[in-house]
Design a protein around this ligand. Structure first.
Ligand SMILES: Cc1cc2nc3c(=O)[nH]c(=O)nc-3n(C[C@H](O)[C@H](O)[C@H](O)COP(=O)(O)O)c2cc1C
Length: 367
């Protein structure tokens, strides 16, 4: 039994102050060279002080090749970026929270990259819809270069490089971003992955790269360094995508990731309950719960439903994005029975940067 979502909990080898996590949120506010700045230190610290027991950083690029996806996105690809993350990690730890770095490769969803002009994709396939104005100006997706055999090795080594750097910067662990349409998610998706070599085909073949990466990472890092993964079926521009293998295929993937050495699985969807899988009756999060794997659940959690979600997923961490953006004091407030401030989307317009948010907060007395 778990006392309360506000009590401390052992999760994936970490002792967390409670079951609330700040969900990963891209804020395109690092320096042009990918180093976090003072504003980012203050930003993450605010959420740790606001009561979140776990902070998951925004998607961060691990290499100096095609992984960066946005202008002013932070990286964990070089020594100076490692140095610049240290004050963030220190500030979060000083407030009693743990911090996980989310590592992402933009794949075909690249909107800006300082090193490679062309996106790298599992095939040449473009994402559906249009690029996100929230993270910078771009009218249409660029053509992706289809990964060849050497690219698989380079991407794998790039992730391992980023993971080593995250450990060096003092993070408690990393989360592989295999959700929302970025490269590791594209590899699993039959919209993108139509390859007929060993990397394409059924779920087992499409998952092979991810499993190789998890195994290699597990062998490389210390036992107490947390290795998580974030999975979604839908992407930021394609809310309808479904894996053809349905619930059975996802259940296989979840077990295979656990066997490969993953410490937790973080699922994201519109809600934590939606039976999203083809022909299935359970949500992504329910499949992970029923498999008995440490999990983070995300999607639509707010002040009105968090207790219900916590009860439905015993022992799970609740990751909160939009409701947290609305009020960084979310956890402290709901714990005290107070109503948190709601998110006003103007705070993220025209671009979702911290400067835009701070300007809006000053203007509206919500600092
Ligand atoms: C401004 C913004 C930036 C986001 N950036 C990321 C990201 O970097 N990585 C990621 O996995 N999800 C990202 N997301 C998705 C959220 O983590 C979350 O999955 C989604 O907002 C649904 O959860 P919610 O209902 O609690 O908002 C972002 C969401 C927002 C609103």
């Amino acid at each position: 039994m778990f006392d309360s979502e506000f009590s401390s909990i052992e999760f994936a080898g970490m002792k967390l102050a409670n079951r609330f996590a700040m969900a990963p949120m891209t804020r395109v506010s690092a320096q042009a060279n990918g180093r976090p700045n003072e504003l980012m230190v203050e930003h993450y610290k605010r959420y740790a002080e606001g009561g979140f027991g776990l902070i998951i950083t925004e998607g961060t690029y691990p290499d100096q090749e095609a992984s960066q996806g946005y202008e002013n996105q932070p990286g964990l690809a070089d020594a100076l970026q490692i140095e610049a993350w240290r004050p963030v990690v220190k500030a979060v730890h000083a407030s009693g929270a743990k911090i996980i770095a989310q590592l992402m490769h933009a794949g075909a969803q690249m909107q800006y990259n300082r090193f490679d002009k062309q996106p790298l994709g599992i095939t040449e396939q473009k994402p559906v819809g249009k690029p996100l104005g929230l993270y910078g100006d771009q009218e249409a997706w660029h053509d992706a270069k289809k990964m060849d055999e050497s690219d698989f090795e380079r991407v794998l080594n790039g992730f391992l490089h980023g993971i080593r750097n995250a450990a060096e910067a003092g993070f408690d662990g990393i989360e592989l971003h295999a959700a929302n349409g970025y490269l590791l998610n594209e590899i699993l998706s039959t919209h993108f992955n139509t390859r007929n070599d060993k990397w394409g085909g059924d779920m087992q073949s499409r998952a092979q790269f991810l499993l190789d990466l998890v195994k290699a990472a597990r062998e490389m890092v210390a036992d107490d360094f947390v290795l998580g993964i974030r999975l979604s079926q839908i992407t930021i521009t394609d809310p309808d995508y479904q894996w053809p293998e349905g619930e059975e295929g996802f259940n296989w993937l979840v077990q295979a990731l656990a066997d490969a050495g993953i410490d937790y699985i973080h699922t994201t969807d519109n809600t934590t309950e939606r039976p999203a899988l083809k022909g299935g009756t359970r949500s992504l999060a329910e499949v992970v719960r029923d498999a008995g794997i440490p999990q983070i659940v995300n999607g639509g959690i707010d002040a009105t439903n968090y207790a219900k979600v916590a009860a439905h997923y015993p022992g799970a961490i609740l990751a909160i994005a939009k409701a947290a953006l609305g009020d960084p004091q979310f956890v402290n407030k709901v714990k005290a029975g107070k109503e948190p401030d709601a998110l006003n989307f103007d705070m993220l317009q025209p671009i979702a940067s911290l400067e835009t948010e701070m300007r809006w907060r000053r203007q509206h007395g919500r600092e």
